[in-house]
Ligand binder design. Structure first.
Ligand SMILES: [Zn+2]
Length: 346
């Protein structure tokens, strides 16, 4: 079957099993079509759940934007199982494996088209598989949402301090709603980055659409951090409660539950290798360092008489992101130092 015939037959901008006007718990999938040796004559399913009590606020919960970031995926599946539409006032839309080919391939980007979903918004319904996923989410789900959370982790290449991750702005009202959501989520750190930091990300798409959108970085290393999971198991229901969408744990209340340690990722944050070799960190995640302090070394593999090259912090701050693979090439970010941010001055 040709891709065109599949497209005409299944309309890739639609979802099987989902009627957005219905109440209850609906489990379905979005259609992605792609004509190659494996996928011709089929659709690539993007699982989605819609749990709704009818009119009310709508939250869009996304995980698996990058396939090797796992805490959010587990949390999304839990939400789907545990949310009871009879206990909601509104709707929760959950996409637990957004770039589903990447999730199935245990990879950051899609193994089909090398597409990074978080650089693909607003997408293209007639484009490649990753662009189609972006178009499904941006075109069909985002416009229905009053709030968006896109759960990331460090992936195979890095580990983050367990953090909320938010773009500044883009304007006062949206920014205030993001800050409020971060405080309800209750993660120990919050990393603030420049407005519209990454063009084509879901956070940028949300900001451009005027919908409060936050992200998370829940540890990483291609594995699952139990502490981050436990924090989010309390934080997600508290966040949904604060949005006026009751859910399990809603009794934790609508009052902000925690003030995170606010950090800022700045242009001086990355400490970047200029050498190929073996990365040795000299600090741990969460350590406080000062500019000029040696924080990493890279050991040369073949030059046996050469001492390792040392790398220093370029700013005062907290070690916020640590690279995981030991073998590095020039240009690899070894770690990131995030200065503390006085949120009251913003
Ligand atoms: Zn990610």
């Amino acid at each position: 079957m040709s891709a065109a015939a599949t497209r005409e037959g299944t309309s890739p901008a639609e979802f099987t099993g989902i009627d957005f006007s219905a109440t209850g718990k609906q489990l379905g999938y979005g259609h992605v079509v792609h004509s190659d040796n494996v996928h011709d004559g089929s659709v690539i399913p993007v699982p989605v759940a819609v749990i709704s009590s009818g009119p009310g606020p709508v939250a869009l919960v996304v995980a698996g934007t990058h396939g090797d970031e796992y805490e959010g995926q587990i949390l999304a599946h839990e939400l789907i199982r545990e949310l009871d539409p009879a206990q909601l006032t509104g709707t929760v839309i959950v996409v637990p494996a957004a770039n589903s080919p990447a999730v199935r391939g245990a990879a950051r980007v899609s193994p089909i088209d090398a597409g990074n979903l978080n650089r693909s918004y607003p997408g293209n319904p007639a484009g490649g598989p990753t662009e189609q996923v972006a178009a499904l989410i941006a075109g069909q789900l985002l416009p229905r949402a009053d709030f968006v959370i896109d759960m990331h982790s460090g992936g195979s290449n890095s580990t983050y301090l367990p953090s909320s991750f938010i773009y500044r702005g883009p304007e006062e009202a949206l920014w205030r709603r993001k800050l409020r959501a971060v405080r309800h989520l209750g993660l120990p750190y919050a990393m603030v980055v420049a407005p519209l930091l990454e063009p084509g990300s879901l956070s940028s798409a949300g900001d451009l659409a005027g919908i409060p959108t936050i992200s998370t970085e829940l540890s990483g290393a291609g594995t699952v951090d139990r502490s981050a999971l436990e924090t989010m198991r309390r934080g997600l229901p508290a966040l949904l409660a604060s949005l006026g969408i009751a859910g399990p744990g809603a009794e934790t209340g609508a009052e902000p539950c925690a003030e995170p340690q606010w950090l800022e990722l700045v242009p001086e944050s990355p400490v970047t290798s200029t050498a190929a070799g073996l990365f040795e960190p000299l600090v741990d995640l969460g350590d406080t360092v000062v500019a000029g302090q040696p924080v990493a070394r890279v050991h040369f593999i073949d030059e046996l008489d050469r001492p390792p090259r040392s790398f220093a912090a370029r700013t005062d701050g907290v070690v916020a992101i640590l690279r995981r693979p030991t073998l590095v090439a020039p240009g690899a970010h070894l770690l990131h130092i995030a200065p503390p941010l006085d949120i009251s001055t913003i």
